[in-house]
Ligand binder design. Structure first.
Ligand code: FPP
Ligand code: MG
Length: 299
């Protein structure tokens, strides 16, 4: 069912008539297409408008990751060199600009409500990325700031995907927005857990990379809360540092000792339940499965 979305994305980019752009687009990683799946499930996969909306959101999401890899100085994405690493920052930034502006021009064929919903979420997404950059300058121990940042950086576009799909299908958009918001928050928490628990081989990017990038994600916040003063100071010496094997082992051991990962999993499951509660009286079109698969995933 995602093939049609891939085809539409390709067609949107090819319609620009630039060979170099089309070639570079083939190098952009495809990803899980979570947002497209969500839209197709909520608004019906046979509807051409639904398929087009899914392709637009995935173009915008892909653009945001191209920019994010430049911002994070990332060299790997889904096990392959990121565009900024394979080419350069200029190429990755311009490809990102092409993808999201083409997405926006296609968005003009939708109603004002839908185009506002998506474009407003992209503004939030950018504010969220800026917050992420700010919070990565010095160790941030605030849960409130973390949750505000992940809502904007990740959940806002998932919330808008679910909500705009519901608008297309004539369903109650507020319920689906709440589903999408909680799904998005849980999604980012799981991502932050996997950074700690998985290997580079599974992740397709280095493991324990967030802390090196200065990101004190939820597992670190829970761990920090429980550490004794001496361990807290030691953790601070590892912040933003290339970790040795021994230091990585120490972090993983402390994560286990403090129960930090379990607490994060509990939060993710609770958010998953909140999401399901929001659409409790709606027909199940596969949204329960999206939550369970997303929470129990390994990468
Ligand atoms: C990944 O975070 C980043 C995002 C989900 C959002 C990035 C948003 C922007 C760069 C704003 C610009 C938007 C557009 C449309 C150009 P992460 O670094 O925690 O995840 P990662 O480990 O997958 O890199
Ligand atoms: Mg990143």
């Amino acid at each position: 069912m995602l093939q049609i979305v891939e085809k539409l994305m390709r067609e949107h980019i090819e319609s620009l008539g630039d060979l170099k752009t089309s070639e570079l687009f083939q190098k952009v990683p495809k990803g899980k297409r979570l947002r497209a799946k969500l839209i197709l499930k909520i608004a019906g996969l046979e509807n051409p408008q639904t398929q087009n909306l899914a392709s637009i959101i995935e173009l915008i999401h892909a653009a945001s990751l191209l920019h994010d890899d430049v911002i994070d100085d990332a060299t790997l994405r889904r096990g392959k060199p990121s565009l900024n690493a394979e080419f350069d920052n200029k190429t990755a930034i311009m490809m990102g600009d092409i993808l999201y502006s083409k997405g926006f021009s296609e968005l003009t064929s939708f109603s004002k409500d839908i185009s506002f919903c998506i474009s407003n979420a992209v503004a939030l997404l950018s504010v969220g990325e800026l917050l992420d950059v700010e919070l990565s300058k010095a160790f941030n121990p605030s849960f409130e700031k973390y949750f505000d940042m992940i809502y904007k950086k990740t959940a806002s576009l998932i919330e808008a995907s679910a909500s705009s799909a519901a608008m297309l299908a004539g369903k109650q958009s507020e319920k689906y927005a709440l589903y999408g918001k909680n799904l998005g928050l849980a999604f980012q928490i799981i991502d932050d857990i996997l950074d700690v628990t998985q290997t580079e081989e599974v992740l397709g990017k280095p493991s324990l990379n967030d802390f090196k990038e200065g990101k004190a994600t939820l597992p670190y916040l829970y761990m920090y809360e429980k550490l004794n003063p001496q361990d807290k100071s030691y953790l601070m010496t590892l912040y933003k540092k290339e970790l040795s094997a021994q230091e990585s082992v120490w972090i993983k051991a402390k994560m286990a000792e403090t129960g930090a990962i379990e607490r994060c999993m509990k939060d993710a499951r609770e958010l998953g339940n909140e999401a399901l509660l929001a659409i409790k009286y709606e027909e199940d079109v596969g949204l329960v499965k999206i939550i369970t698969e997303m929470i129990e995933r390994n990468f």
